[in-house]
Ligand binder design. Structure first.
Ligand code: SAH
Length: 331
């Protein structure tokens, strides 16, 4: 009988294999792939954050989990057009573990980017970091309420195995019905805490966009997409994309403990509206033939509309404690 593997280790292994061997965009789409205005708005957010920070020299423009490189290509184009001084000053650094997606990013972005497996190897300096649907791809642990205590989920031969929980997270102290699943992601909180410490010590800002329901699902949020359709997350590791909802309150706590000022989360639709996406789309659409303008508007609506991606997705900002409120986060 093989050893049971803790869920977070199973997910880390499965997703590394998946992202190394598959085109994830055959299975799902993301905001930057839906509308060019998404990356443009985020790029200009970074430029304004740099300006608000007093235009420190040698800024780093970074992205975690850049996918096909579309967000950063759109961001850089907007930055070059609107904030040429930021464009001239920045060095581009990408955090990406998949060799396959690194190649896609290189062809979208051309020369001039440096790649890293983790945040830890980026050079020092003020960092302006963007991340969309990165944290949801990081491993989670799951704890299950059993009797008066908690078990932790492991995986063996495609099936769940529960073991007595050695170190359940603090949220397990709350009252919970039998069978309730509580999740935590040490990978996500660890990333955000390290980012916050870096921003507090060396300056910069970060904009993290991901999805989370208003209230946690008592059955947990781990999901698998295989060939574009929902699948059993345990069945074929490396063949499906495994994701989980992001725990924004836990991330905000980790960021504060790391010493950053935290803003949000605000709904994605509200952030993009405040950053001027509707006006940008009107400008772009005015120069396009009617069918292409309609496609552009439909894409923007999908990102903005509360019943589409406008509310399920949320944005959290981390800033240096001396910086003012970043664009889009003023109440
Ligand atoms: N931000 C992109 C892609 C989202 S998919 C978009 O919005 O389209 C998740 C991305 O995170 C992929 O690029 C994937 O390879 C990367 N990724 C997943 N786990 C990672 C890890 N542990 N370290 C670095 N990158 C990771």
């Amino acid at each position: 009988m093989p050893e049971a593997e803790r869920l977070d280790r199973f997910i880390a292994r499965a997703n590394a294999a998946y992202y190394a061997t598959h085109d994830p965009f055959a299975d799902f789409t993301t905001a930057p792939e839906i509308c060019q205005g998404f990356g443009e708005c985020l790029g200009l957010w970074a430029a304004v954050a740099w300006d608000q920070a007093g235009r420190p020299p040698h800024p780093i423009l970074a992205e975690a989990g850049p996918g096909r490189g579309t967000l950063m290509a759109d961001a850089r184009r907007a930055i070059r057009a609107v904030a040429p001084e930021f464009a001239a000053a920045v060095a581009l650094h990408l955090i990406e573990t998949s060799p396959r997606l690194r190649a896609a990013q290189a062809s979208a972005l051309g020369d001039g980017a440096a790649w890293h497996d983790t945040l830890a190897t980026l050079p020092p300096g003020p960092i302006f970091l963007l991340a969309n649907e990165f944290l949801d791809a990081l491993p989670i642990r799951q704890f299950v309420r059993r009797g008066a205590g908690w078990t932790e989920r492991h995986v063996r031969d495609g099936a769940w195995v529960e073991r007595a929980a050695a170190d359940p997270p603090a949220t397990c102290a709350w009252p919970a019905a039998e069978g309730t699943v509580v999740e935590c992601s040490e990978a996500a909180t660890g990333f955000v805490a390290a980012l916050a410490r870096r921003i507090a010590a060396q300056g910069g800002a970060a904009l993290l966009i991901d999805y989370a329901a208003e209230t946690p699902n008592p059955a947990g949020s781990l999901q698998a997409l295989r060939a574009g359709a929902p699948a059993d997350p345990l069945e074929a590791p490396g063949e499906a994309d495994l994701t989980a909802h992001v725990d924004f309150p836990a991330l905000a706590d980790a960021a504060r403990e790391g010493g950053a000022a935290v803003f949000g989360p605000v709904p994605q639709g509200m952030l993009l509206a405040r950053l001027g996406l509707p006006a940008r789309i009107d400008r772009l659409a005015a120069g396009l033939p009617a069918p292409r303008a309609a496609v552009l508007r439909a894409g923007a609506r999908r990102l903005l509309a509360p019943e589409r991606m406008g509310v399920l997705f949320k944005a959290l900002a981390l800033c240096h404690p001396a910086s003012p409120t970043p664009p889009g986060f003023a109440p």
